[in-house]
Design a protein around this ligand. Structure first.
Ligand code: A2P
Length: 330
């Protein structure tokens, strides 16, 4: 079993494993496949699992955790770092706590390690579907939704809270009203806020990384491989000639080059695979490094955002254009 590097976080009292497993797949994967792959991952050493109310992966993840304890792969759930997310149709002050309670019920857990606002947008309550119905889009009342997230943390239902798919500007807005700003920690100058964002060699997030480093916000990268083959993904990352060349020269796979690059940026990452060989391969990134020349070649790759979030843009909704959604940071 491989031991995965971790980063100590002041706010949670628990370290975050720097490589975790994503569970987003569309169409949704049959539960048995997902349970089986999560158990394999736990056996191989994965401890960080990312779920969301939207993904329909909470129940299988919960089943897999239960089985992993029964099988003795882990002593208790406390050895894991479990994240889930508040879907936009629950991004309303009075729906946050019930949504988290439902998530915990699905996962058969007493607490999450991290609960995130999935997107900076609300939808009319009641639906969990992709693509979203654009007529249901509503502006998010960030202050009151965040306050409800803070209450969840105070109740002990989640060790930490954060956001996903927020621009620097939206993070700034949040920091102005947030009351949970835990003490600065020597290790990572963590304020205890987390953000999950798309990040890979084709969408390097330089500006956001600088902003988060300055504010002490921990970044978790999703779609490190560009989420090839998904509704929201792009083939461009895995088909990138520069990455292919580096893979040839280093004797690694293109996926490993991507994952190693993200890891070397000092963030945690989530990679989704439901293939046992690839689940294993994706952990084999710790005993080698990219050369300075490789890093330079990657910096030069033209940038392309794989999942711009067009679903959340429409003339009658809160964001009229992608520029609005990302505050020009796209
Ligand atoms: P699969 O589940 O069949 O392995 P991301 O993590 O960027 O969202 O990318 C997920 C996509 O990349 C999935 O389609 C997954 O397919 C595929 N994938 C995961 N690991 C690898 C790998 N090592 N090599 C090639 N494709 C991979």
């Amino acid at each position: 079993m491989r031991s995965i590097p971790e980063m100590a976080l002041g706010s949670t009292g628990k370290a975050i494993p720097l490589v975790g497993m994503g569970t987003a797949v569309y169409p949704f994967a049959p539960s048995e496949t997902m349970i089986d792959c999560i158990l394999t991952a736990i056996e191989l050493g994965y401890r960080h699992f990312d779920s969301a109310a939207l993904y329909q992966s909470e129940k299988p993840l919960g089943e897999a955790i239960k089985k992993a304890v029964e099988l003795g792969l882990i002593k208790s759930r406390d050895e894991l770092f479990i994240t889930s997310k508040l879907w936009c149709s629950d991004a309303h002050h009075d729906r946050v706590l019930p949504a988290l309670q439902n998530t915990l019920k699905n996962l058969q857990l007493d607490y999450l390690d991290l609960y995130l606002i999935h997107w900076p947008v609300s939808l009319k309550p009641g639906k969990y579907e992709l693509p979203v119905n654009k007529d249901d889009l509503l502006p998010i009342d960030l202050g009151s939704v965040w306050k409800a997230m803070e209450d969840c943390q105070k109740l002990g239902l989640t060790k930490a809270i954060g956001v996903s798919n927020f621009s620097c500007k939206k993070l700034e807005e949040l920091l102005q009203t947030a009351s949970i700003l835990p003490a600065v920690n020597q290790v990572g100058s963590e304020r205890g806020l987390f953000i999950k964002v798309e990040m890979n060699p084709l969408w390097q997030q330089k500006r956001l990384r600088e902003f988060c480093a300055e504010k002490g916000i921990h970044i978790t990268a999703y779609s490190p491989l560009g989420a090839k083959g998904t509704l929201w993904g792009t083939d461009r990352v895995m088909e990138c000639e520069v990455l292919k060349e580096i893979a040839r020269e280093t004797g690694k796979s293109i996926a490993q080059v991507c994952l190693r690059w993200v890891y070397e940026q000092g963030v945690s990452l989530l990679v989704k695979s439901f293939n046992k060989e690839r689940i294993k391969q994706n952990l084999e990134i710790f005993d080698w490094e990219l050369s300075a020349q490789d890093l330079e070649k990657i910096i030069q790759i033209p940038q392309f955002k794989g999942f711009p979030g067009v679903e959340f843009v429409c003339q009658t909704g809160p964001y009229k254009s992608l520029v609005d959604l990302w505050d020009g940071e796209i």
